[in-house]
Design a protein around this ligand. Structure first.
Ligand SMILES: Cc1ncc(COP(=O)(O)O)c(C=O)c1O
Length: 445
């Protein structure tokens, strides 16, 4: 190892806790599902997104079992936006999840993967008529977001000569968790959702078959789901009594938390994140307490909780420096262009092996020439050398789909199958990929 100037750490008793001093502790992860991280980087390069199929399947089963063991008719719909990498979607579809999409692009991606229209839930506030037309023709289930959309669907249905179209409406509500996601769908408390149901039936074409809400993401309160379901069930019962119909399903959306560390939340995920059983108990208990007639089907659009912990980002130390405030600085090859959620979460950082020396407060910065490119602002690390591989975790939710080519190319993505074999799932970007769609106007040529 190259010479590193010894450092003196100011004695700071706040750094110690009842579990000991962070000066000696090193968090190490040398492999993912049995594959050494060194081998992954040598074979596929650095930085590198890595997904574990084993972890995906485990999480899916955990959630499926929690709900199915309490309720007879449960269907999961994979939330494409949470991670729409083909390989990830394929795994969830193979496990039995259908598709939940929120845009024309996501709709087309699901269809391209071979998902039938009838196995797609189409959410979102922006569904232009041409994509509504395709979705209606292909039998997708549309969750209506606003009154304009009711008009649009009726127009398209008339154009297509459809006499009756089953739809669901999206509702928003106060569940006691703030900020409230009130931008989407029809509000329950002010009666808008009830008005929307009346409006559906007034038109004579649309029929209410489902009620939907998605109350937020990384929801740390299972009781919020109880409130959500109670409010949806009340609307369901009212609609059935009013219009003599059967509302076949309620869709409670997603939002269950993963074992990530939300910034500003003091307690660790092990303490504050509800278990799948706690979420399931709240949801199914509220259905049992409030149903009339037949039990509705229960739909879930769980994204984050199923994929976050299955995702890793490997990055390598490129340089070290001493920052003016005395803190140790590291330049690594993965930046916030790959980790959009770094602004909200303090990820775990693991080292590939044990390093000599004491931990000291360090800052880990990415390769972008931008001040915001900070992966970890204040983390205790021993002296690391060029080439040290760090594993950033959990990063499986929302990072890959929101990653962008900015200053640096986006890296490869690898999936490790259940036998421990890594497979390339997405090639890295290159110059051709980046400039492919650019056009230089003639007058500049
Ligand atoms: C309508 C809808 N369903 C499901 C999800 C998935 O949420 P999560 O990844 O938090 O489970 C989202 C995320 O924003 C959403 O908007």
């Amino acid at each position: 190892m190259e010479y590193q100037k010894p450092t003196i750490n100011k004695v700071d008793f706040r750094l110690a806790s009842k579990y000991g001093s962070p000066l000696k502790e090193q968090r190490i992860k040398g492999e993912i599902d049995g594959v050494p991280v060194k081998e992954l980087v040598e074979k596929f390069g650095s930085p590198l997104f890595v997904f574990s199929q084993r972890e995906l399947e485990e999480k899916y089963r955990e959630y499926k079992t929690a709900f199915s063991s309490r309720y007879p008719n449960v269907q999961f719909w994979w939330s494409y936006k949470t991670n729409y990498l083909d390989a990830i979607c394929k795994i969830f579809h193979k496990l039995g999840s259908k598709a939940e999409v929120v845009s024309e692009f996501e709709y087309q991606k699901a269809r391209r993967l071979g998902v039938e229209g009838r196995d797609i839930i189409f959410n979102g506030p922006y569904k232009p008529k041409h994509i509504l037309r395709q979705a209606l023709q292909e039998g997708a289930m549309i969750h209506i977001d606003h009154f304009y959309e009711i008009n649009d669907i009726e127009d398209v249905a008339r154009e297509l000569g459809l006499k009756e179209v089953g739809v669901a409406i999206r509702c928003n509500m106060n569940t006691g968790v703030y900020p409230q996601w009130s931008r989407f769908g029809f509000n329950i408390e002010n009666g808008e959702a009830y008005e929307a149901v009346k409006r559906l039936y007034k038109g004579g074409i649309l029929k209410l078959v489902g009620l939907h809400a998605h109350i937020g993401t990384f929801m740390l309160s299972s009781s919020a789901y109880r409130v959500e379901v109670e409010k949806l069930m009340r609307l369901k019962n009212w609609s059935e009594n009013q219009f003599g119909v059967e509302v076949e399903y309620i869709d409670i959306g997603g939002g269950f938390a993963s074992r990530n560390r939300l910034k500003g939340v003091y307690q660790p995920p092990e303490v504050i994140v509800p278990s799948p059983d706690e979420y399931a108990e709240a949801v199914t208990g509220a259905i049992y307490d409030n149903y009339q007639g037949k039990l509705p089907k229960l739909y879930l659009e769980t994204g984050r909780a199923l994929v976050d912990e299955a995702g890793y980002l490997l990055t390598s130390v490129f340089a070290t420096k001493r920052l003016p405030d005395g803190k140790k600085g590291y330049v690594v090859d993965a930046g916030v262009n790959l980790l959009y959620t770094a602004f909200w979460y303090n990820f775990e950082l693991f080292l590939d092996k044990r390093y000599e020396g004491l931990n000291e407060p360090s800052q880990v910065n990415g390769p972008l020439c931008m001040n915001i490119d900070v992966i970890a602002e204040n983390v205790m690390l021993p002296p690391l050398e060029r080439g040290t591989i760090m594993t950033i975790w959990p990063v499986g939710a929302y990072n890959y789909p929101q990653s962008m080519q900015f200053i640096q190319y986006r890296p490869r993505v690898v999936l490790i199958d259940t036998n421990g074999t890594p497979h390339l799932s997405r090639e890295a970007d290159d110059l051709n990929y980046v400039v492919e769609k650019e056009v230089v106007p003639d007058y500049l040529k």
